[in-house]
Write a protein of this length. Structure first.
Length: 277
């Protein structure tokens, strides 16, 4: 059900890219629908013992509230953020909604991940077109394992401000090939550490009774995601060096949200004082 809202969100993000009074409401609908979809994924993330996404889902509600207020005020920094999200959607949508394109990307990543495993000398093989096995354990590669989401998001960030042709080309080379290649090693690392049960000695905090799942939890949900987050921060820093205007954009965005939060907090304080009187 929630998946049906994704193309709706994509459509309104695209409409928000077109100048006009309508873009305020298009942007609000776009952010609302995508956050509804995001929160709708909570049961799956909790079942998979994922830590990062449930936290982000909890923070998305106050983010949506403040973003809506800023959009209604015509805040240009938030419109730039919306443009970045729209561009990211344009890049991601074909892989998510056209099965042939998504499966082609998955197959390509599977092939290259297998090459990395062979390069590292690890005895894993394919039992299905997108599933690796080594010993007793199997790892399936899905669209989320291809790195396309991170690539789309970072390219969207790069588009948040006007850039030269040179900056656009360099930003693409900094983002797409680098994330793709590093993601292959990430996949290989998860396959190796899970199928060899490298983290079996760590406490099982996953809450999943499946045999051996604890190693997957530590390898994928903790180590791999933690390293990926640090890498994306480093990549963002490099991107900001390449496109200095992104620094101004980020500063304006942070300042806008801080000011709006203080405004809301101030009103709440005033309301509390009035009630006391």
């Amino acid at each position: 059900m929630f998946e049906l809202l994704i193309p709706v969100s994509c459509l309104f993000f695209l409409l928000a890219l077109i100048p006009g009074r309508h873009r305020i409401y298009a942007a609000i609908i776009a952010w609302t629908t995508i956050i509804v979809v995001f929160i709708g994924g909570l049961p799956t993330w909790i079942e998979d013992s994922n830590i990062l996404y449930p936290v982000m889902a909890a923070l998305s509600l106050p983010f949506l509230f403040i973003t809506t207020r800023l959009l209604l005020k015509g805040n240009e920094a938030v419109f730039s953020l919306t443009r970045a999200a729209g561009v990211a959607f344009i890049i991601y949508a074909p892989f998510a909604f056209i099965g042939e394109i998504g499966n082609y990307l998955i197959a390509t990543v599977v092939h290259h991940t297998l090459l990395v495993l062979q390069l590292l000398g690890y005895p894993a093989y394919l039992v299905l077109w997108n599933t690796f096995q080594s010993g007793y354990f199997r790892v399936e590669i899905i669209l989320a394992c291809t790195g396309i989401q991170a690539i789309a998001i970072m390219l969207g960030v790069a588009s948040a401000v006007p850039t030269t042709t040179r900056q656009k080309c360099l930003a693409f080379l900094l983002i797409a090939p680098v994330i793709y290649i590093l993601n292959l090693f990430r996949n290989a690392g998860v396959i190796i550490t899970y199928t060899s049960q490298s983290f079996a000695w760590l406490p099982d905090i996953s809450g999943n009774p499946e045999y051996g799942y604890s190693s997957f939890f530590w390898a994928h949900n903790i180590l791999a995601e933690g390293i990926a987050l640090l890498f994306l921060i480093a990549l963002a820093y490099s991107l900001f060096r390449l496109i200095p205007a992104l620094g101004d954009f980020a500063g304006d965005l942070v300042q806008s949200y801080e000011k709006e939060i203080k405004s809301i907090a101030g009103k709440d304080t005033q309301s509390s004082e009035v009630r006391k009187d």
